[in-house]
Design a protein around this ligand. Structure first.
Ligand code: NAD
Length: 433
């Protein structure tokens, strides 16, 4: 459903009127290509050799005074005094960052053994989230924490994503990049999934269809899984992508075995996207509404993941991406079932990620969409829909492609150091942490 307010504020009378009335002023987000360059700043004494990684992003050094991207290396910030350097570095340039530009702050995990370092590094989180809320004009601000052992090259896929138009709707996020085990730079950064097989559940339409499309565009052979009732839609989607369709209800007890049989060469990228809502307040919610949501959104994800890992059907170097929701982080009235199921995904991801990496060489992460323009949100009543669209730093809903691009980054062969993360694709929604 078209966002008419966003179109209206893009016109001269719309801009004039909404400014006079003090209404939100969403900027049309740039999802194509950036024209400006990159500004690399540091705060504190850093040991990180980022220059070669940044050079490979394709963003040349900024010589226009209007950078499309700013990277602040604050990994050397070890005490509160050094935070002054964060201010000194960004204060003079923040106003000049281009519309839809990117600011990425690099830090390290707060050190439990050093409360001065921990205070200073945690401060970067509050700084990042606050700057994200005030920077405006479609610009995003994110914090990447490098684990001690991480080398600069472990950040490459993450920096490429966060500094590109692909992360248009990701802001105010904190992503941890761990040790680089399992990370393989692709031969071709444009086609990183060439030769890989991806299976996306619930991919006949909506976000899942966009994920399938994006992964296929990056070279993957895609299996489009959806319920038998959506078989025709799934088959058409698969044909467009040169992939195959698998008509299967993911809640079937033997879904894992049937997927493994359908993909004999194993799966490299598994995206658990299928999901449903059956909203009611708890007092009015019959047991079947509760159990159907828990079954599709959570139990089937646990069951199929377990079955596929146990069968060795997820290849080494594989990537599992599950779909949470900000409703699972912040809670939402009328969605106790849905919120429980999506919070369960967060628990699953955080617990399984280290073991899946150690035992199978597979990463496990989640995307947590906010308000995304799909059939699911088009069905939301008008006023709630408008609130959902505006209550985030970018003052608009995201598009399925925004979730798809985030999934593609997590699915990237070079993202082996990104594990156990829950990344919100929500324009920095005011709801939730
Ligand atoms: P959608 O309803 O448009 O599409 C969901 C797809 O999943 C459909 O094709 C459906 O047939 C399929 N599906 C449902 N049950 C299935 C089952 N048992 N087996 C196989 N396939 C099944 O939804 P969407 O908006 O594209 O959402 C996709 C995912 O993103 C869901 O997990 C949803 O909870 C999550 N999400 C969406 C939003 C949003 O704003 N749209 C926000 C947060 C989270």
């Amino acid at each position: 459903m078209a966002d008419r307010y966003l179109s209206f504020t893009g016109t001269a009378p719309g801009r004039f009127l909404t400014r006079r009335l003090g209404l939100p002023q969403p900027a049309a987000l740039e999802r194509g290509a950036f024209s400006g360059g990159l500004l690399h700043l540091t705060a504190g004494k850093t040991d990180l050799d980022l220059a070669p990684v940044l050079a490979r992003t394709g963003l040349g050094p900024d010589d226009t005074g209007r950078p499309a991207a700013v990277v602040l290396d604050a990994t050397g910030v070890r005490d509160v005094d050094a935070l002054a350097e964060v201010h000194a570095a960004l204060h003079p340039v923040v106003r000049s960052v281009a519309t839809s530009g990117r600011v990425v702050v690099l830090g390290t995990p707060p050190d439990p053994a050093d409360h001065h370092q921990a205070a200073a590094q945690q401060a970067l989180e509050g700084f990042t989230r606050s700057l994200g809320k005030e920077i405006g004009r479609g610009r995003t601000v994110n914090l990447v924490r490098l684990a001690d052992a991480a080398r600069a090259d472990a950040t490459e896929s993450t920096l490429r994503f966060l500094l590109s138009p692909a992360s248009a709707y990701v802001s105010g996020q904190v992503v941890e990049v761990g040790p680089a085990s399992g990370t393989a730079a692709p031969d071709d950064w444009e086609l990183p999934l060439a030769g890989r097989t991806a299976l996306v559940t619930g991919a006949a339409r909506g976000i899942g269809a966009a994920v399938a499309h994006t992964l296929a565009g990056q070279g993957a052979q895609v299996v489009v899984l959806d319920v038998p009732q959506a078989e025709d839609e799934a088959r058409r989607a698969a044909e467009r992508l040169g992939g195959t369709a698998l008509a299967l209800d993911i809640t079937a007890a033997d879904a894992g075995e049937r997927i493994a049989a359908a993909v004999p060469g194993g799966i490299d990228v598994l995206v658990h996207n299928a999901g449903i809502t059956r909203d009611r307040r708890l007092a009015n919610m019959p047991a079947d509404r509760w159990s159907s949501v828990l079954d599709v959104n959570l139990a089937s994800v646990l069951r199929t993941t377990d079955a596929l890992l146990a069968a060795g059907a997820v290849n080494r170097g594989g990537r599992i991406v599950a779909t949470a929701s900000i409703a699972g982080l912040a809670g939402n009235a009328g969605q106790t079932n849905y919120g429980a199921s999506k919070a369960g995904i967060v628990g699953l991801v955080r617990s399984l990620a280290p073991r899946a990496l150690a035992g199978h060489g597979v990463t496990v992460n989640a995307v947590a969409p906010g308000f995304i323009e799909t059939r699911m949100t088009a069905a939301v009543p008008l006023f709630i829909r408008e609130a959902g669209r505006r209550m985030n730093s970018l003052a608009q809903g995201g598009l399925p492609v925004d979730v798809a691009q985030t999934s593609a980054w997590l699915a990237h062969p070079a993202s082996g150091a990104v594990n156990g993360q829950v990344v919100r694709v929500c324009g920095q929604s005011l709801l939730g942490a």
